[in-house]
Design a protein around this ligand. Structure first.
Ligand SMILES: *[C@@H]1O[C@H](CO)[C@@H](O)[C@H](O)[C@H]1NC(C)=O
Ligand SMILES: *[C@@H]1O[C@H](CO)[C@@H](O)[C@H](O)[C@H]1NC(C)=O
Ligand SMILES: *[C@@H]1O[C@H](CO)[C@@H](O)[C@H](O)[C@H]1NC(C)=O
Length: 495
């Protein structure tokens, strides 16, 4: 008997070592320490490159945070920031990553990292991906790769994902979700569609795809373009008279004015709202001419501004007025989407305080610790790049959402309700337009015993949700509320 158990034990040890050798995450990607953080990592962190095209030398950079809960069971989520051209370190540093970054006391020192109590890694493992090549730390040795668009980005990201799961096969059976915001309103459904096509075709490895989340996401030229006027009226930014006039002249078509009279009324709307911060109408905007004069240098905000925009976070983060998308009243249309730096002919995103991210991610020791390529190869890290030329070639996202939800994939379409860049009015209207039956009628949802926003649930697990008082990047403004709806959605519970 004892002999048998010994044999069994030996077999088990042999088997386990085999499993460990074949199925463990790549040790070279493990992050063992990180400048600015002196505590213990609450879970394992990995980062590095996945080569998605050997011939071109096209390499996508990821930072992977294992769940601090139960990594073997918790969902794996791929996170994408938008732009196009913006790095997903935006989400990592400013929104829902494992650390809160305290700005350095002096110019020379590095930010200090504290644990983020509302990190999404408490309930899920997250892959922060810089995509497409040319963004953040991702790069290609062949510059032609920087001319890209929706469809190429989606197929590239799909290649990344399959290769990533080959490196981390122990996560293959976990529920998998795709999430992102802003222009990722295009990245998320187009990638989800590639993933589903791969599953249908039996392309290995088979991902356990369950659903997706889109925050203040670009979706459809008409719905997004028509969203601003009703938003401005509902928020008390334009008068009843102007609202009636613009409606009469434009007849509900605000996205593509067909008459001079309509155009004229829209200009009056613009005049009323031009002084606001379009990413959160409650936040101040830095409209000094210095902003434009200094566009070629990193923008440093006045100290008075640093006291504004407090959130639940234990530490102040940036008081964002940034842009990560496109200018005011210019819905994304088919064709080339200019990046902010391209619009401004500079490297900075207007009104953005990206100092903390910039100083941290361009520090040689940090880059070494997180396995990012050296500056001589990939250049300096930028929040949003103008390296890429990006074509919006996938059209409206509504057809993607219809297909995906009809196939049983769960979708959460959430909106910070004070964002004027991709206003909730557009997302509310397009989700309704899909024509699904309402199964959870418009109602408040709560966080910490308070109304945190409103939600309407449709059949096929399509849910629309607002976050009261949040701007364009919801988890940055409302970290606790964002953590709550995120955890509930992933767990398949009502929000
Ligand atoms: C870059 O890629 C293009 C398109 O595949 C190819 O024609 C060109 O030869 C490549 N350039 C280099 C330097 O490899
Ligand atoms: C949606 O599904 C239909 C039918 O399966 C397919 O023909 C179409 O290409 C799909 N569209 C998208 C955008 O995925
Ligand atoms: C909606 O999601 C729940 C939880 O994952 C699942 O049990 C249910 O089957 C889904 N419903 C539809 C119609 O896909």
């Amino acid at each position: 008997m004892a002999k048998t158990s010994l044999v069994l034990y030996k077999i088990l040890v042999y088997y386990l070592s085999f499993v460990a050798l074949t199925y463990s995450a790549p040790e070279t990607a493990l992050i063992t320490q990180i400048p600015g953080f002196s505590g213990t990592f609450p879970s394992k962190h990995y980062s590095g490159y996945v080569t998605i095209d050997e011939n071109h030398g096209r390499n996508l950079f990821y930072y992977f945070v294992e769940s601090e809960g139960n990594p073997s069971k918790d969902p794996v989520v791929l996170w994408l920031n938008g732009g196009p051209g913006c790095s997903s370190f935006d989400g990592f540093i400013y929104e829902h990553g494992p650390f809160n970054f305290e700005a350095p006391k002096t110019q020379e020192s590095l930010p200090i990292l504290h644990l983020n109590p509302y990190s999404w890694s408490k309930v899920s493992s997250i892959i922060y991906l810089d995509s497409p090549a040319g963004v953040g730390f991702s790069y290609s040795k062949n510059q032609t790769d920087y001319i890209t668009g929706d469809l190429k980005t989606a197929t590239d990201t799909h290649v990344f994902l399959l290769k990533w799961f080959q490196l981390y096969p122990e996560f293959l059976s976990n529920p998998f979700f795709i999430a992102g915001e802003s222009y990722a309103g295009v990245y998320v459904p187009t990638l989800a569609s590639e993933v589903v096509k791969g599953i249908d075709a039996g392309t290995k490895p088979i991902v356990n795809f369950k659903g997706y989340l889109v925050g203040n996401g670009v979706t459809d030229e008409v719905f997004d373009g028509n969203a601003l006027v009703p938003f401005a009226h509902g928020m008390g930014l334009i008068s009843d008279e102007l609202f009636e006039e613009v409606q009469n002249e434009c007849r509900g078509n605000f996205y593509n004015p067909l008459s001079d009279a309509c155009d004229g009324k829209l200009s009056e709307v613009d005049k009323n709202i031009a002084g606001l911060n379009i990413y959160d109408i409650l936040e101040p905007c830095y409209h000094g001419t210095e902003m434009w004069d200094n566009a070629a240098v990193k923008i440093r905000l006045p100290s008075s501004f640093r006291q504004l925009g407090e959130t639940d976070r234990p530490l102040p983060v940036r008081k964002r007025m940034f842009g990560r998308a496109w200018p005011f009243r210019a819905p994304v249309r088919d064709g080339i989407v200019p990046t902010w730096p391209q619009l401004l002919n500079s490297v900075s995103v207007p009104c953005t305080d990206d100092e903390v991210a910039y100083s941290w991610l361009n520090d040689a020791a940090v880059r070494k610790a997180i396995h990012a390529a050296e500056e001589s190869i990939v250049g300096s890290w930028e929040l949003c790049t103008d390296k890429i030329a990006f074509d919006h070639d996938a059209g409206s996202m509504i057809k993607y959402h219809k297909n995906l939800t009809a196939r049983g994939y769960r979708a959460l379409i959430f909106s910070g309700d004070h964002d004027m860049c991709v206003p909730f009015t557009g997302s509310e209207a397009w989700t309704r337009s899909v024509g699904y039956k309402i199964v959870d009628k418009w109602r408040p949802w709560t966080s910490n015993g308070q109304v945190a926003g409103y939600t309407q649930g449709y059949e096929n697990n399509l849910t629309f949700l607002t976050i009261k008082g949040a701007g364009h990047t919801v988890p940055e403004y409302k970290p606790r509320e964002a953590f709550d709806f995120y955890s509930r959605f992933l767990a398949g519970k009502p929000i």
